[in-house]
Design a protein around this ligand. Sequence first.
Ligand SMILES: Nc1ncnc2c1ncn2[C@@H]1O[C@H](COP(=O)(O)OP(=O)(O)OP(=O)(O)O)[C@@H](O)[C@H]1O
Ligand SMILES: [Mg+2]
Length: 297
Amino acid sequence: MADPETPKPQPQAGEPGTIAVTVGEKSAAHATYQPEQTGAPPKLRVSHLSVTYIDRKGNRTEAVRDVSFDVYDKPQSGEVIVFLGPSGCGKSTILKAVAGLLPPTEGEVLVDGKPVTDVGRDRGMVFQAYTSFGWLTVRDNVEYGLRLQGMAKKKRREVSDKILQQVGLADFADRYPKDLSGGMKQRVAIARTLVNNPRVVLMDEPFGALDPQTRWGMQSLLLDVSRAENNTILFVTHDVSEAVYLADTIYVLSARPARILHQVDVPAFPVHDIALKSALEFRAVEKKLLDLIYAPK
Ligand SMILES: Nc1ncnc2c1ncn2[C@@H]1O[C@H](COP(=O)(O)OP(=O)(O)OP(=O)(O)O)[C@@H](O)[C@H]1O
Ligand SMILES: [Mg+2]
C-alpha cells in the first residue's frame, strides 16, 4: 500500500516538447517484481501498467489498462517490438511510462529488474514531433548526451562522425535544424538518441510525417542501426506495412484505454529490402494483422 503521506513522484520533462502531466492517485510507490533467482531478469518488463490522466478540473481519462509484456535481451541481434493501435488509444502514453516521463497509476516498468522511477540514460526516446535543439548544430545536437556524460571532445567527435555517417547526415554536421527537411530533422533526432546507445529505444511514430520513399529509407536505416548496435526498440505506428517490415513482435492494441488484444510474432524474413513489401509471405502477415484489426469485436 502506498503511504498517503508520501508525496507522489513528480512527472519529469525530459526532452524539448515534453509536457509534465498529472496522473491518477494510485501511483505505484514500491516495486513488487523480484528478479528470478535463476537467470537474468528481462531487459524490459512492463507489468500490469495502467495510466489514468486527471486534468485540472479533475476529469479522468483512462489511457492504458493492464498492459503487460516482457522483452528479453537478444545479444547479437537487435529486437523491434511494435505497438499498432488506433489514434488516441494510448500508444504514446505507454512509451512515456516506459521512458519514466509519467508515473504509472497502477503497475510498474522495470529495466534489467530495476523499477523505472524517472527518465534515465538506459532509455532514449524519439518523439512524435521533431525534437532537436534549434540553437545547436546537427553535430552539437548529436553530441549533446555524450557531453553530459563527460565524454572527451576527441572521442565525442569520433562517435558523432560514425552515427552521422550512418544516418546520412555527414555533410550537414555544421548546419542548424532549421536548414533541414522534415526527414533530415527526424534523422537528427534519431541519431541523438541512438548515439547514447540506450538499452531501450522508444520511438513514437518517428516517421509519421515523412513521404513514403523517405519513410522506407528510414525504416531500413533503423533496422541496420539496431542490428549493428544490438538495441531493443519499442516502436509505435498505425501503419500496418511499417509494423510488419520492422517488427519481431507486434502488439495490436484496442481503442482507448489501450489493452493488448493480440500478439503477432513476425517471421524472420531472409532479406529486408523494398521488394519484400510485395512478397507473398509479407502480404500474408499484413493480411493477418488487418483481419485481427478489423475482425468484429
Ligand atoms: N497530458 C494529458 N492529459 C490528459 N489526457 C491526456 C494527456 N495525454 C494524453 N491524454 C489522453 O490520453 C489518451 C491517449 O493519448 P495518447 O497520446 O497516448 O494516444 P496515442 O495512441 O499516442 O494517439 P495518436 O496515435 O493520435 O498519437 C487520449 O484520449 C488523450 O486525449
Ligand atoms: Mg501518440
